[in-house]
Design a protein around this ligand. Structure first.
Ligand code: PLP
Length: 357
């Protein structure tokens, strides 16, 4: 098996796994306490949560607090549904479904277009009375990096809050400095699944969406110290290894580019997270390709769009026809991807694609 789907999820870093084990808490341990209990066992668990919170906080700018959630989707829902105001919510047309569908469900979405390189240029007007602007840091399907701080300046000039989904950027890029609400997910940066975080700038008030104790202040539910500890360790490691991880991803991207000569890259070649290699080839039957390459874990467009039969909204937003959008694949490189794996995978994918000619 060769894993090339690191935008869908990443393997757990050994360091994060190690940090989690202690907090799984069997009956003979003193690590199974409820972190919200005031007794010693509870305080022990709480200390682990707070160490993790500090480590995760280093992914964000100064001047805010980290609210742990069960996923990035949950954090996005809290930010959007809990934000003050009832005006339009302006979002880029390439936002993740968590932003797209939530603003749509509220009937308040106003769409900001992207150019053919997949960048949401900040020269677009916001509608009167905009309450919230949502532009992601890095797109999950095509890897484009967005001018988030420029959008934050526009949002603030219009009296709106700025939300940034930084799920694909956290641990790879410096955080956006001027957003008011930032979302990350542990499992995209070699941490565990089932935990995300919403960073809330000091002074911003949100309405909780999950009531029942409000253990996290803005969110109810008992925290899982093992997940928090794994998230914290993964965040610390991501910060320490950021330069090295990015250099590694860049060398894999450059090699993939050579090997896939003749295919077209989707998205900007400069404003990009180079761990994302999204490409297409006219006439490619992606479903057939994927079934011919079962030992390679990669994606058609995005994990969410895969299997739905619908062309990806991101690929159509950059101007691709439905047929072009359906001829795209995404290879996602990660910290543990080797050059040998890449070369083997490309040989298999190109071999399978050649049988379709
Ligand atoms: N936002 C982006 C850009 C993503 O890529 C994803 C996951 O695919 C999410 C949000 C949702 O993350 P989670 O799985 O933690 O809910």
């Amino acid at each position: 098996m060769i894993y090339l789907d690191n935008q869908a999820t990443t393997p757990l870093a050994p360091e994060a796994r190690e940090a989690m084990l202690r907090w799984l808490g069997g009956p003979d341990s003193e690590t199974f306490g409820n972190p919200h209990s005031p007794h010693r066992l509870g305080r022990t668990a709480k200390a682990a949560v707070e160490v993790a919170r500090e480590q995760v906080a280093a992914l964000f700018p100064a001047g805010g607090r980290v609210v742990f959630t069960g996923s990035a989707c949950e954090a996005i829902n809290l930010a959007i549904r809990g934000a003050p105001g009832d005006g339009p919510m302006a979002l880029s047309t390439i936002e993740h479904a968590a932003v797209y569908d939530t603003t749509k469900a509220l009937g308040r979405g106003h769409y900001l277009s992207v150019d053919s390189a997949g960048v949401c240029q900040p020269d677009q007007d916001l509608p009167d009375g905009t309450s919230l602007v949502a532009v992601m840091q890095v797109n999950n399907e095509i890897g484009t990096v967005q001018p988030v701080d420029q959008w934050a300046a526009k949002a603030h000039a219009a009296g709106a809050l700025m939300l940034c989904d930084a799920v694909q950027g956290a641990g790879k890029l410096a955080p956006p400095q001027d957003a008011d609400l930032i979302v990350v997910s542990a499992h995209k940066l070699y941490g565990p699944k089932g935990i995300g975080a919403l960073w809330v700038r000091d002074g911003v008030t949100l309405t909780p969406q999950i009531t029942g104790g409000l253990q996290e202040g803005l969110r109810s539910g008992t925290l899982n110290p093992a997940l928090c500890a794994g998230f914290g360790a993964a965040a610390r490691l991501a910060a320490e290894q950021m330069a090295q991880d990015n250099t590694h991803a860049r060398s894999l991207f450059d090699r993939a580019l050579e090997l896939f000569a003749g295919w077209t890259v989707n998205g900007s070649m400069t404003e990009r997270n180079f761990a994302n290699f999204s490409i297409r080839k006219d006439g490619l039957d992606v479903a057939r390709l994927m079934s011919d390459c079962r030992d390679i874990m990669f994606s058609a467009g995005s994990a969410c769009a895969s299997g739905s039969g619908k062309p990806s909204h991101v690929l159509t937003a950059i101007g691709l026809s439905p047929a072009e959008a359906k001829s795209a694949i995404r290879l996602g490189f990660g910290r543990y991807t080797t050059m040998e794996e890449l070369e083997q995978a490309v040989a298999m994918i190109k071999g399978a694609a050649a049988t379709q000619e």
